[in-house]
Design a protein around this ligand. Structure first.
Ligand SMILES: Cc1cc2nc3c(=O)[nH]c(=O)nc-3n(C[C@H](O)[C@H](O)[C@H](O)COP(=O)(O)OP(=O)(O)OC[C@H]3O[C@@H](n4cnc5c(N)ncnc54)[C@H](O)[C@@H]3O)c2cc1C
Length: 281
């Protein structure tokens, strides 16, 4: 197997264009598992870890641009204030070793419905920056992921970064697993309040072929919340929000949990997340 190791971004894009069958690699925490289990046999590996640009992030014109090679550990330590939902999700990923090595770009690349970084990015309307020698384009995250482990990345493209606005209100992330750590989500839920726009962002993880935005629940919460007075939502309204989130899910029965359990758990996570977030504002 050929091993390509570009030194900078333009070399990386050229290598990608010349070797569309090469498998990009950053932390390798998904790639190495797939290689070890024989699920992937690429003709070449495209190791991106020397491309320094990919591990940088910056704030410009009120938006954050975060390179695909930023690890979970750095999302927690460097971006926890600006992106508390993503940081909360990052804390639940794997172990310290996986969080040091694994990246949010890699989570996007894998496009698993159970990827923990994805729901907070949906709830905050992130855009994914894709690049090739032909140029760059930005795709809303909901259009980037098209199915289980499928996305719109062309064979000559790489994920350069994602763009997201820094926090404008409380954010929450909750995850149910079969144990407390080192666990793939049975289901998860991300919530972002945008009080300046009187808007609520949501996303369900691990209960459908892709992460799912609970649009009816968002609209209900936006109209029900007392944005001016700040009164806490009534229990019946929280329960209704939970029901609408549960109804938006599309779970299956599998080894990690039944569809019925996932729906029930999502209703509980949603109700609690909204109450916690509202009390933080
Ligand atoms: C023990 C263990 C525990 C784990 N726990 C969790 C968990 O709790 N939650 C969770 O969500 N995940 C978990 N994972 C999965 C994994 O750690 C994450 O998906 C991680 O984000 C992958 O990042 P990476 O940098 O290691 O990606 P890699 O393995 O290097 O790549 C992953 C995919 O993205 C592609 N890719 C990487 N970078 C780019 C790029 N710049 N452009 C285009 N494609 C790219 C690769 O080709 C590959 O398809 C776990 C894995 C292990 C081994």
């Amino acid at each position: 197997m050929e091993f390509l190791q570009p030194e900078d971004w333009s070399e990386a894009l050229e290598a990608r264009a010349e070797h569309p069958g090469a498998l990009p690699l950053w932390g390798g925490t998904d790639v190495m598992v797939d290689l070890n289990f024989g699920r992937e046999r690429p003709e070449a590996i495209l190791d991106l870890t020397r491309v320094r640009d990919l591990s940088e992030w910056e704030e410009r014109d009120g938006r954050l641009r975060i390179g695909a090679g930023v690890s979970y550990t750095r999302a927690i330590t460097e971006l926890g204030g600006a992106l508390p939902g993503l940081a909360a999700a990052s804390r639940t990923v794997g172990s310290p070793q996986i969080r040091n090595r694994g990246t949010i770009g890699g989570n996007l690349g894998s496009s698993s419905p159970a990827g923990d970084a994805l729901p907070p990015l949906y709830a905050s309307d992130a855009e994914i920056e894709l690049a090739s020698t032909r140029g760059t384009r930005r795709v809303p995250i909901g259009e980037f992921i098209t199915g289980p482990k499928r996305n719109v990345l062309e064979p000559d493209e790489l994920i350069a970064a994602f763009h997201v606005a820094p926090v404008s209100g409380p954010q929450q992330f909750s995850k149910v697993g079969t144990r407390n750590a080192m666990v793939i989500a049975v289901c998860s839920f991300a919530l972002a309040l945008h009080p300046d726009e009187r808007r609520v962002g949501t996303c369900i993880g691990s209960a459908g072929p892709t992460p799912i935005v609970a649009a009816d629940a968002e609209a209900f919460a936006a109209s029900m919340l007392d944005w001016d007075g700040g009164a806490p939502p009534a229990d019946a309204d929280l329960a209704r929000f939970g029901e609408l989130v549960a109804a938006a899910a599309s779970p299956i029965d599998d080894v990690r949990g039944s569809a019925a359990y996932r729906r029930h758990a999502l209703g509980v996570l949603a109700r609690r997340s909204l109450a916690w977030a509202w009390s933080e504002r």
